[in-house]
Design a protein around this ligand. Sequence first.
Ligand SMILES: N[C@@H](CCC(=O)N[C@@H](CS)C(=O)NCC(=O)O)C(=O)O
Length: 372
Amino acid sequence: MTHHGSLLFLGITSSRALRLRHQTFRGIHINRSSNFVTHFANPPTRPPSIRTMSTARDTTDQSDITKMKTEPDGSFKRADASFRNTIQRGGKFEPERDRYHLYVSYACPWATRTLIVRKLKGIDEFIPVTVVSPRMGTHGWPFANADPFPGADSDPLYQSEHVKDLYLKAERNYGGRFTVPVLWDKKLQSIVNNESSEIIRMFNVAFNEFIPAEKAALDFYPVELRAEIDAVNEWIYPNINNGVYRSGFATTQAAYEKAVVELFDALDKVEKLLTGKDFLVGDRLTEADIRLWVTIIRFDPVYVGHFKCNIRTIRDGYPAIHKWMQKLYWNNDAFKSSTNFDHIKTHYYWSHAAINPTRIVPVGPIPNIRPL
Ligand SMILES: N[C@@H](CCC(=O)N[C@@H](CS)C(=O)NCC(=O)O)C(=O)O
């Protein structure tokens, strides 16, 4: 059966099927009948306007994509984090041993960035971590006392039931999203920062006086590579890190296709960058690798299926990215010990009921990551 034929089989009228065969957006043209993607100059753009999505199916009692912001064209927009303080000498949040606490989910790629840098820098000794249950429900992320799950913890500081309770403790009238990671200050009983890109920059330098010289010397955002790291982050974040979510949370065919094509275009670009190289920028591990890695490690186990990022897999479609991902996982315990595939897979497939109403967690891929 041809692709056109299969669309008809699925009950799509022939004129819609024909329209779906050839679509153009942001300079990329998909010929659905041939599966070829071509590029055009001067893509049309549209000014964004945001509204709260009301069209998604809300058949469950949980906090899922029904609360996500989307634009009128069905595309997903991530809200900015709200607590943006810095740990620094002379500031409100001074560097101190045993003052800060990290709340994470193993499922969350953003939180995993902070786990990796915490381990690499050896500050795990005095910044303890609490891991939530991967099943994000009605009240958001639960702790183990509210939802027991292997590898999840209860909140040792306040016996909170949900991450939400911490946000409301920090700010009684808080009206934003209750996201992880949360870097918590035990002294002021408040949130220092809930933006992973800023937390990893703090972890990179803020506690250097308390750690051995060789750990203090590790710099994942070195001055001489900053411009290049920033440049890479700038397109990897929207197209890959957030690109998988833009694909998965899209509520229109056009928004999905735009996101997924941009995602795979960006992966093609990364593949070229990593060919014959061990790291994205320079010849050393930087935050650019860490920020990308957390998305790539989730790609085949979750994003290919759950978020429909299935033009190619990492393991079979991107040899250089695949090798880079495997080497970091198998050769560096900071990466392996921060990765829990059970939490990762359970979270996505269980928590987004608008995408996966049965909540069935797929068995494959086997293995989640191939040996080197
Ligand atoms: N900008 C934040 C994003 C964090 C984020 O969106 N975390 C997700 C989990 S992967 C979350 O906690 N979502 C809960 C919600 O949105 O209700 C960061 O990078 O730290």
